[in-house]
Design a binder for this molecule. Structure first.
Ligand code: NAP
Ligand code: ZN
Ligand code: ZN
Length: 346
């Protein structure tokens, strides 16, 4: 299948128009006309090789929303015309304990990413969603509620599920105090979800001008972190802290903010190790945990939750020509709160 996309041809290169082929429709495949593709900070990390060496040419994009325009002969989950979402992985081994329990992102063989990897044949480069079309096995895509704006849904396929999953895993409910570090693409979804689940939400941000937005999205408190002393009065306050910050920071100052048995979940992935003060862990039996996106059943649950609660991402829709500027603005924390590419401009 002929495809048009935007690709980085080498590490850190600007994104340029790129023609390529996707596989022809297999019996269990669905063809997607992409409408919108979100720009995740992970796209930028990978184009710039901040996570190690990457595969080029790279067509990034793992927040894909579109419409089914053809189905393979044995497809049963989708029909032509359905709204469809694709996230951070396109396949996995399907047989390990993780895959069998719907946690494909933790497949013991490793999930097959949407881009910057090879497909399961081991030779075909996987090209992502900054593109006009996509081909996906039906088991690895989800249904999008028709009541939500499609551009606002695209970021849910990564940013949304990545915050929804740990909030569910750690049982967030009314009465709990939850903090979100970083009000970017991921963080703003965390505020909306935690608020909808009934928690009292605090945002830690190094951008003071985001306060009004944070409150409007459902936060009760907004703390500017540029002066680390502002954290002191909040020691031993939180049940759960989700760190979505894309840059290096002193994690210890935040560990101190956890209550007894509280958990700090690391989600942001700057690519460098954290130095952890063990004393801050021992005192309060605190935990540091990680969480990575979510599996297919939970992605569907998250989208249904969004449909029921009318939750979408706050987006700035851009043309293909603006992507490099959007990358720089994202790195500068100047995004409100997710850039989404209008795929018709590619
Ligand atoms: P983003 O939109 O750029 O948001 C990151 C936020 O971090 C910024 O808006 C900013 O918030 C804060 N920040 C950035 N630089 C900072 C600095 N120097 N000091 C303090 N705070 C800073 O990025 P994103 O798309 O939400 O992704 C966030 C991170 O999560 C990335 O590292 C990404 O790769 C990772 N990620 C992980 C998963 C997973 O499964 N675990 C999935 C997707 C993405 P304020 O302006 O409010 O301070
Ligand atoms: Zn992502
Ligand atoms: Zn598996």
């Amino acid at each position: 299948m002929k495809s048009k996309g935007l690709a980085a041809l080498s590490p850190g290169a600007p994104l340029t128009p790129f023609d390529f082929n996707r596989r022809d429709l297999g019996a269990q495949d669905v063809a997607v006309e992409i409408a919108y593709a979100g720009i995740c900070h992970s796209d930028i990390h990978q184009v710039r090789e901040e996570w190690g060496s990457a595969i080029f040419p790279m067509v990034p994009g793992h927040e894909i929303a579109g419409r089914v325009n053809a189905i393979g002969s044995s497809v049963s989950k989708f029909a032509v015309g359905d709204l469809i979402g694709v996230g951070v992985f396109i396949d996995s081994c399907r047989t390990c304990a993780s895959c069998q329990s719907g946690l494909q992102q933790y497949c013991v063989e490793g999930m097959t990413g949407t881009y910057n990897t090879y497909e399961r044949d081991g030779t075909t480069i996987a090209f992502g969603g900054y593109s006009n079309n996509f081909v996906i096995n039906e088991d690895y895509a989800v249904h999008i509620p028709s009541t939500l704006s499609l551009e606002g849904v695209a970021p849910l396929l990564c940013a949304g599920i990545t915050l929804y999953s740990p909030l569910r895993k750690w049982g967030v409910k009314p009465g709990m105090k939850v903090a979100i570090m970083g009000l970017g693409g991921l963080g703003h979804m965390g505020v909306k979800f935690a608020n909808a689940m009934g928690a009292e939400v605090t945002v830690f941000s190094h951008s003071s001008e985001k306060k009004d937005d944070a409150i409007r999205m459902g936060a009760s408190h907004f703390v500017v972190t540029s002066d680390i002393a502002s954290l002191k009065p909040l020691q031993k306050s939180f049940d759960l802290i989700l760190n979505t910050v894309s840059a290096e920071l002193d994690i210890n100052a935040y560990l101190e903010l956890l209550k007894l048995d509280g958990t700090l979940v690391v989600i942001g992935l700057p690519g460098k190790p954290y130095a952890v003060n063990v004393g801050s862990l021992l005192n309060g039996r605190r935990r540091i945990a990680g969480s990575m996106i979510g599996g297919i059943p939970e992605m569907q649950e998250m989208l249904d939750f969004c449909g029921q609660n009318n939750i979408v991402s706050e987006v700035e829709v851009i043309d293909a020509a603006y992507v490099d500027t959007a990358y720089q603005r994202t790195v500068d924390s100047d995004v409100k709160y997710r850039f989404v590419i209008d795929a018709s401009t590619i």
